[in-house]
Structures are given as structure tokens and as C-alpha cells.
Design a binder for this molecule. Sequence first.
Ligand code: ADP
Length: 633
Amino acid sequence: MKRDDNYLDASPDIFDASKKFSKKEDLLLKRYQTLLQISNDGIHVIDKEGNIIEVNNAFCKMLGYTESEILKLSLFDIDAYFANEKLPKIIANLVDKSEIFQTKYRRKDGSLIDVEINASCVSFDGVNNIYASSIDITSRIKVNKIQTEALDHLNKIASRIPGVVFQYALRPDGSSFFPYASEGVREIYHVSPEDIINDASVVFNRIYKDDLEGVIQSINASAKNLSPWQYEYRVEDEDGTIRLLYGNSIPQKEQDGSILWHGFITDITMTKKAESQLSELSNRYRKLFDSHSSVMLLIDAESGNILDVNISALHFYGYSKEQLKNLNIADINCLNKKAIQHEMDLAVSEKRNFFMFKHKIANGEIKDVEVHSTPIMFNGIRMLFSVIHDISDRVKNEKLVKVYTEKLQRVNGDLDSFAYVASHDLKAPLNVVNGFLGLIHSKKESLSNETRDEYLRYIQGAVNQMKSLINDLLQFSRIGGNKDSFVMVDVNLLLLSIQDVLSETIQQNKATIAIQALPIISANKTLLNELFMNLIGNALKYHKSDQEILIEVGYQETTESHQFFVKDNGIGIATENFDKVFVMFRRLHTQTEFQGTGIGLALCKRIIEAHDGKIWVESDFGKGSTFYFTIKK
Ligand code: ADP
């Protein structure tokens, strides 16, 4: 606002007038002017039209003007807050009273500053002027703004936290209050933050009477030692409901001697209830787990480490709890680590939850087990809960059943063969006997002595054939797998005695038998004798008439068994008959070519089976055969 220039001429009136003042008044004026100039507040005097008629240095500095510049201005030029039309009213309002208010002043460079004005109307020589002192409060406002924002943030954060976030202050006189309490205090103590901002006693009234003393003592101890305050206590609501609270805060000593805590209080009624229910539940499961008759293991699904075991597991595996919990499942399961991991992956992905394993127990024994595995998550660890059943007896029984079934099948097969031999092979010699006896009977006196003797020889031959058949069959039926009959047999001596028994045949056939060094083995001596007798007997029998017989008996040791062979240079066997020769009554020749019953090699096979071994033949047809057999060590 432009004001009339005469005003400046009129303003020094005060000072001109001073010339007329007495010395005392002069001194007073000087003091006033000194005070004006040394004041840090921006002092400005305004007449009732708003013109600035006097300023101090601090005011000039605050607005960036020189004194002469500023004295040409009015309040309308520098006030940037109140609308121009409002200002006269504000100035008028100040007459006869003082007021403190905030506004914005515009500096010479156009920037705005926040100022707090303390204005009073002073009448001097009958003229009313406004004496105003101003303070730059820009930084105070900034700080206030930051504080408000910070409080706003704190309130926002506190509202997300269950319970109340608080500042609690204990004054030196023992009274206390909550300088800050988040909105959560309404739920915790059923009071508003305002209710307790000056006095905390309403909160203490809420505390359950039996716990009050404890709370006070804990606060005092925390104040005395400046140690964190952590306390669980009960509050009683108006309706009688009792809730459990947990408070946690850190104290600090203030300059005025009071103690200020920063912390939070939460309602833990439900958590405690859930905790106790959970622990009751886990106790129940623990008991169930421990006392269950089934073997149970908890295994870390990733590492395979055994994490927990029940009492049945200790009995079954023969380890102490500590030992077992230090083992990995790979120390127990007989599969290799890779295979175990694969099986565990199947269980974790729930593709399979039933397994058959072999588990090694503490004394080295291997047990057949059936395992049911279920994946579970516990404390963030993926585990396999495995229930183990010992099925060793079942597996043993199943094996026995299998053996007996095989035996039964074999016996059945043998019975069939008996039926066959009874109907065919035994019938054939019987028919011969019958036929020749019929001839002798019908011809009677007309029969010459020579012819009768010839018929009787035929009969004798047929009877002998029947006898060998019956003997062979009897021997076959007697072979069993009873290991009790096993003794240590020196096979060298056995072969010497066989050579003795066969000496006549060997000599007649001009045969040579070469025998390598043979071992001493555990076997059924009678059966082993029978075996060699049959193989060497066949080697002596199945040869070309014009050929010198060479037989070789040898031995080779393998890791699991004793392997023998009987080799000849006889007629040999065609490849397609390699298996057939071991079938009962299966003969490759007629009785006229080579006499026999067809039982010998079937008998050998049965003897070898009783010794858990194998028998087979290799042959170059027409050049000779080698029969190999093994006897399990
Ligand atoms: P058998 O000698 O009483 O006829 P075997 O069971 O001992 O009955 O032999 C079955 C068949 O195997 C014989 O009929 C014969 O054809 C053949 N065989 C057995 N041993 C030999 C051998 N060393 N060389 C050639 N053929 C053989």
C-alpha cells in the first residue's frame, strides 16, 4: 500500500519532541532505543492505518530491508497471510488489548517466513500505535510438522500392533502418567489415551487386585535398576472378565528425575490358553507315540537323520535312545544311500507311503520290515513319520511255504513219473516175463532144454531190469535236503573207493581215470558217492566200442561254491539234449544200444539241489561230454 510521503516528515515528531524532554525523559528515551536495537525480536511499530513507523535492526534483518526502505511500507505490503480486506479489522481489534498470533511475512526477496506476533496497542501523546514484536518461527513450524508427521507414523504403526504401544512416566513424587498411548489402550485397559495423559491411576484401578502389588513392585524394580520391565499380570474388566496381559518396556531416566518407559502391552489370554491346550495336546501325542506298541521313527526327510524314536523302536533296534537319535536311516536301511533318498522322495511327495525294506539292528541281524511313511511339517522341518512292522517271521514263513510248495510240486511231478514208470517201464519187463512164462507153460514137454534155458535167461534179464528200476526209484525218492546229514568229506578218498568199486568195469573197458587234487567239503557222503558213481558210470558206459576210454575228474574253487567236473571222450550229447538228459526216464538211447533206466542224471540233479548247487553238461557231440556241478560252501 502506498502511503503519503508527508508521513515520513511527520514521524520524527517523537524524536523532535524529545528535544523538549527533560534529562530524565531523555535518558528513558535512550534506554528505549537501546532496548529496541539490541532486541533479537523483530520489533515494528504500526499506526492505526497499518503504516510501519518504527522498526529495529532485527526486524530489518528478518525481512531483508534497510530501515529507510521498510519505513516506506505498511503492514499491507509485508503481511502475506491475512487477506488485505481483513487486516484493517485485525489492526482495529488490537486497539486496547494485546494479542499473540501467527502470520506470514513477505521478505524483500519475495520469500515467506512464518512469524509469531506479540502485539499491544500503546497510547503515546494521545496517539494509538501498535507495538509488535515478531519472532521467525519457520523452523519451529518445520519441527512441529516433523513431530506431527512422526506421531502420525507412530500412531499408524501402533495401530497395526496388537495391544498398546506406550510411554509411561513415573514422576519423582510417585505419581505417573502416559505421555503417549496408542489407540490400542482402549482395548487393553478400556480407557482412552486422553484419560491417562496426565494421570495413570485409572489404569492401576483396572489391574486385578491380587496382581497389583506385583505390578507396582516390578515397575519400581525396573525404575531402580533401569532394567527392562517385563511382566505378566491380570486385569479385571467391569463385567468381571479377567484377562492376562504381558508388558515389555525399557526405562530411561529423564533430566527432571522422572523415569520414562517405552514399550508395549499385549493381551495374551488367548495365546496362553492356546499354549496350554497345545502343550496338553503334544503331551498326549508324546505319550501315545512313546507307549505305542508299533516301532515309530521321525526322520528328517532331507538328510535322513533320525530325529525322534519311541520306546518300541529302542527294543526293536537294540540301541539306546541317544544312539538311535545319532543315526541316519542309511545306517539302518540295507539299501544304498541313493536308493534310500529315492524312496524318501516318493514318501515326501506322497506318491507312495508303503515300503518293504531290510533293516539292520544293533546286533547285526537283518530284519525284514514293512514301513508306512507319512510326510509332516514340524517347526519348519519336513519330516517322515514312519511306522515299522517287523515281518521277518512272515517272510521266513513265506520262504518256507515256497520251499515246501516247490518240494510238493516236485513230489507231485515224481508221483506222475512213478505212475508213468509203473505203466510203461515196469510193464515192459513184466510183459517180457509174462510172455516167456506163457510160452514155457504152453509148450511144456515139447520145449527143448536149450530153448527153455534161453527163455529163462530172458525172464532173468527182465527181472533184473525191473530190480534196477525199482532200486533206482527207491533211491531217488529217499533224497532230501536235510543238512543235518552233512559231514566233512574228503572227496579224494571218496573217488578212491569209487574206483575200487568200479575196478572190474574199469579194467574190462580198459579205461583210464585221471583225478586231480580234490577238496574236503561239507556234504552228504552217501549222496556225493551216488553222484560220482552215476557220472563216472555213465562216462564208462556211453562210449564208442572201439575207443579207449579216458575219464578226467577235476575241481575248481569259486567264492561261493566248490565246482567239480567229470569229463569223458565218449559219444557226446547233442546241444538240444543238454537239459533233457536230467529229466527222469528221459533216455537218448534204446536198451539195445545202451542199457539203463533213465533215472541216473535225474538223481544227480536231485542230489545237487539238496546241496544248493547246480548241474549242467557241455558236450562236443561225438567227441565227449563234461558234466559240471557245484556244491554250495
Ligand atoms: P541211464 O544212463 O540210466 O539211461 P541217465 O539219467 O544216467 O540214465 O542218463 C540219461 C541219458 O543221458 C542216457 O540215456 C544217455 O543217453 C545220456 N547220457 C548220460 N551220460 C552220458 C555220457 N557221459 N555221454 C553221453 N550220453 C550220456
